[in-house]
Design a protein around this ligand. Structure first.
Ligand code: 13P
Ligand code: SF4
Length: 364
């Protein structure tokens, strides 16, 4: 008898697996891990549950994990514990004949889904009516679908992550007069601000409105066109949270992820990728007080790993998609290595998306 796994219709985890205790399944994963040896590598994003991070061969931010996937030469199988776009990027970047597995296909990223290929192509077409498309560089945050990455690759564009957005945006503006940035308006705006681009040279493109809700003059003046997308986990934080944290923890340092709004980023002491946040906590002297605005699993882990520092959350915000990866779907993926939960990307999308991803790795 089998029971359907929660998030993937048709993908059944047997009852005998679902009945195992967390302790027992952890032991089985470790045993399996050992018997598979160098055939498999387990990657975990910083937002993963603690029990998953503890089992990983590598943990990292999006850029670090993409690099590891691209450079992996030994393992035939890469099991990616993160959200869909991360596993897809690994599948696009990894060497020939490697397979990437994602333990729960339903673990997507709502931000990535805010820019569909149809809407982006329509916007690009509308833009072409008011300015020369060869003067616009398409840049997409890695939190995007594979076809949007391919769209950028086909047009000479690039991918960025939160740790190299500044370098990629600078590169883009050295080569073309304008950047069309998908899908996270906040990372795009915070990066443009950090590069000193004036607010009036940044416009928001709302795909539900003609010309994205802009006039021809606004488009002509714009240097950065920001797609209207956001991450609900990070836009949850407000300047009030920052003010409250400073009141409750006088002298604290506040560090946030650049997917937070401009107001939150400006009121914090520092901002950066999850890898940056990890290093910020590591490098702080003992006794320091750090308040962090990002996903709660990472903050809780940092607090546990640094008992000599006071580490608090700005507010409690969990990424429900990252949380979908658990010991049960990981174990089952490892039992059926190469047979279930294998990420596939069509060859034509892979080819163009790879160009844009490889360019990113070159730039940053
Ligand atoms: P990082 O690249 O900073 O790990 O961010 C990924 C992400 O999805 C943050 O919400
Ligand atoms: Fe996507 Fe936000 Fe979750 Fe990151 S935290 S994976 S951007 S939904």
């Amino acid at each position: 008898m089998t029971r359907l796994a929660l998030h993937k219709p048709g993908f059944a985890i047997p009852d005998r697996v679902l009945r195992l205790s967390e302790h027992a399944i952890t032991k089985q994963i470790r045993a399996l891990r050992q018997s598979l040896g160098e055939q498999v590598v387990l990657l975990a994003h910083h937002y993963q549950r603690p029990e998953i991070v503890a089992l990983a061969d590598y943990r990292g931010d999006s850029l670090e994990l993409s690099r590891i996937a691209a450079q992996e030469h030994q393992a035939k199988h890469i099991v990616f514990c993160g959200v869909r776009f991360m596993a897809e990027s690994a599948a696009i970047l990894c060497q020939l004949r490697r397979l990437v597995m994602h333990p729960d296909f339903a673990a997507g990223c709502p931000l990535a889904d805010m820019a569909s290929l149809g809407r982006v192509e329509q916007a690009w077409g509308e833009l072409a009516e008011v300015c020369d498309p060869s003067s616009v560089m398409p840049v997409t945050y890695i939190n995007s679908t594979a076809d949007i990455k391919a769209f950028c690759g086909q047009r000479g564009g690039c991918i960025c992550t939160s740790s190299n957005a500044k370098a990629v945006l600078s590169w883009a503006l050295e080569h073309r007069a304008k950047v069309f940035f998908f899908p996270d308006q906040h990372l795009g705006r915070n990066t443009a601000n950090a590069l000193g681009i004036q607010a009036k040279q940044q416009i928001l493109w709302d795909p539900r409105q003609p010309l994205g809700g802009n006039t021809k003059t606004q488009i002509a003046r714009a240097k950065v066109i920001l797609w209207k997308g956001h991450c609900h986990v990070h836009t949850f934080f407000t300047p009030d949270h920052v003010e409250q944290a400073r009141r409750i923890h006088p002298g604290c340092r506040i560090v946030v992820h650049p997917e937070c709004t401009e107001e939150v980023v400006k009121s914090a002491d520092a901002n950066g990728s999850t890898g940056f946040i990890v290093r910020y906590a590591q490098d702080a002297p003992p006794g320091s007080c750090i308040v962090i605005g990002t996903e709660i699993n990472l903050i809780a882990r940092l607090a546990r790993e640094h008992p000599d520092k006071r580490i608090y959350e700005l507010a409690r915000s969990l990424c429900p998609n990252m949380y979908k990866i658990n010991l049960y779907n990981l174990y089952w993926t490892m039992c059926e290595l190469g047979k279930v939960n294998v990420i596939t990307v069509t060859d034509d999308i892979k080819k163009d998306a790879r160009i844009a991803l490889a360019r990113m790795l070159e730039i940053a």
